[in-house]
Write a protein that binds this ligand. Sequence first.
Ligand code: NG1
Length: 501
Amino acid sequence: MTQFEKVFRNSALHPKPVGLVLQYGTAGFRTNAKELDHIMFRMGLLAVLRSKKTKATIGVMVTASHNPEEDNGVKLVDPMGEMVTPSWEEYSMQLANAEQDVLLTALKDVIEKEAISMDQDANIFIGKDTRYRAYFHYFNTQGCYGSPTMEGYYRKLSQAFVQLTKHAPNRTDDQKHLLVDGANGVGALRLRDMERFLQNQLQISLFNDCREGKLNFQCGADYVKVQQKPPQGVEMSVGERCCSFDGDADRIVYYYKDSDGCFHLQDGDKIATLIGTFLKDMLTQAGLDLQVAVVQTAYANGSSTRYLEDVLKVTVCCTKTGVKHLHHAAQEFDIGVYFEANGHGTVLFSNAAVHKIEKLAQDSSIKNEKKRTAAQLLHSTINVINQAVGDAISDMLLVEGVLAVQGLSVQQWDAIYSDLPNRQRKIKVADRRVITTTDAERRVVTPPGLQEAVDMLVKKYPQSRAFVRPSGTEDIIRVYAEADTQENTDALAQEVCLAVY
Ligand code: NG1
């Protein structure tokens, strides 16, 4: 039996429901797990072709990130830990949506277009969540950022973190203490394993740690960000620093409760601002002329963008939602800090920037102590970061390291700027593709008239902004609004929802 005959026969065991069409969205295929059997089989086939083409290991990641437990998803990961290149997203849709009788034609079409040698070996690495992703991206970097094993990951990040804290020798136990909500996901399991490498420089109280409770249910970074309230199961005292991972641990948000019981959220925008400020400071002290840029999406709070542009004076760019877009934009700069407001992100250093920093950090002829320290701090910062795509543990250690070195409390960090009140809403629709957008998803193109309606509503409220876009991961339309007060924000969000219906 030929290879193709085997594929044909086995594909019949994973039949595609006739007529079902699925999109490769922001983060691969993602929907109710019941609809994904044929998709998993076919993505396996495509991963093999991608591996033969690149002559490298390709990742197949099975996760639905922050989605509820009944959903699942799959995406392909390229050899450097990045999302698969866009032209292969097209192939994945051709394969996924081919009816059974034309599946082999679709497969042979990819082989021919990409001139793939079928004699080439293929290597596939499969990852899954508790329904497992972020660490997997790190492993798939083939050793570029350190030894590609779990222990290699723990050691590299922990050592860099401990190096950072050596520049903050007088931290109290309170300053070292952090409450972590693991969202009952893989990040909780990994953090528990990793703690022993942190040499007591971080004392973690872990909640929602997979012992009981459901993945992402009333906990996790998405819940905290969207609901703007603490997760269930975390006992926080006034002023205590807390953070939440999402289910597959590629997002993190921070928060605390003040003496009036008010909840304060430090989301991806605040994390990007904290890191951007620190990097600019260190570069100035080290006398290094490297350009820092911050990449955001339409969901970035308007106050954060204003602070970054007007006070910090760094380049800010806005891309479409989804880390693959931010990652790509951040690669254009010496140092590109990118975070989605929901806490998904990392920092990228160009090879030239890494080289300059390393050279300076190792230069024993530097007499100026401030300069030498800054170069060493920058060097440890590079090592604490998972540049493959970012993950919650690496981002947590980076934030903790920066707060320690800068001597900042969570309240002082929060006070760098004040967020504008904001609200996100979801609208269920029959077909989200009726809405198309432009300008990094900030303006609607179709249906006609909708953008004009949104523009009129926005004019009613001070300091306001609103936009409407189809989700790339769920069958919904998302609405975002911000304005001077929470009341006005909620009214604006409601009015924009009505304009969409
Ligand atoms: P969609 O569903 O396209 O809005 C969501 C998040 C993205 C990104 C992806 C991948 C929001 C508003 N959107 O995308 O930022 O994280 O999921 O998980 O948070």
